[in-house]
Design a protein around this ligand. Sequence first.
Ligand code: KG4
Ligand code: ZN
Length: 354
Amino acid sequence: MKKQVKILALESSCDETAAAVIIGNGEELTISSNIISSQVATHAQYGGVVPEVAARMHVESVLPVVMASLAEAKVKPEELDAVAVTGGPGLVTSLLIGVETAKSLSFAWNKPLIKVNHIEGHIYSSLANLPMEKVNEIFPALAVVVSGGHTELLLMKNHGQYKFIGGTRDDAIGEAFDKVAKMLNLGYPGGPAVSKEAAKVDPNNLKYKLKLPRPMLDSDNLEMSFSGIKTSVLYTVQKEQKLQGENLDNRYIEEMCYEFQEAATDVVAFKTLTALKQNKVKSILLGGGVAANHHLRAKLQLVADQSKVQLYLPEMKYSGDNAVMIGLAAYFHYLNKDFCPIKNFRPDPNWELV
Ligand code: KG4
Ligand code: ZN
């Protein structure tokens, strides 16, 4: 049997404190534990993530989360081959907790440290549970990143080799979902709330027949824009409020959510199709919180089928922030002996993958 590589991974870039143990043996990557302590309920009271509160909660939960992930995996610290952690991008006060904890554990246990870019983690989330034989066949790949802070198309020649080919010129798609939810008083986090309202709509029986723009679809470039769609929601809603009053009819809110979701996911699907026409790839890797959106998943499946490429979607439990994805990406850094010295390693809140 080939040597097993056991990695403890930590993630704390925003409002989830997460730890996971990943075991690779050259043939498969096994997810031995996946622990997430979510702060969503706390931040929901404020309508968004409060960095100071997030940092304090990370401090309280990071060690219990690490201990739980080792216990669930039945792995002792001395059996580990490396400790991995998200080094950015994200909220610096949140990142610091994961990074300083990982540095301390790496020092105390004398294990190499691996720093992983959060966006790279999201890209690898779609490869969880895929046999290594299949992983080796995915390249060249098109990574489609759709999160709260990023919307990007990246070409991947191989592990760790990224080329930026397009992305949003303004808001990230998840950010637009969150802002639309706020406008419609649907609370935080906005993405799941908007898609829940949209799911109540029968597209064959629309009362309001709302139409939002799909910006930049008439060009061959791979730039996207979501702020225009969001602003159009704002103006349309304000106009409707003049007719209906402040409290809009539920049906109007549901149909607005439906149309917004359609418009935003149309943009990503269309630009993915354009990217596939311009670049020969074998697969699409979808990652980021918005990868949980069923409409986006279905549209990208159509695009993939039409282009005859394989689409890899993250399981729902790995689409939001988690440490499994950090461990998966870290495994390939481990194979390349891409370790990070403890000294001078600081989180980078604006770390660009490319
Ligand atoms: O990747 P993620 O958990 O955090 C970042 O790295 O940004 O992404 C969070 C984003 C939020 O904007 C959230 O509203 C969005 O993902 N999201 C969704 C859905 N679930 C989460 N957006 C649309 N539909 C969903 N079902
Ligand atoms: Zn994320």
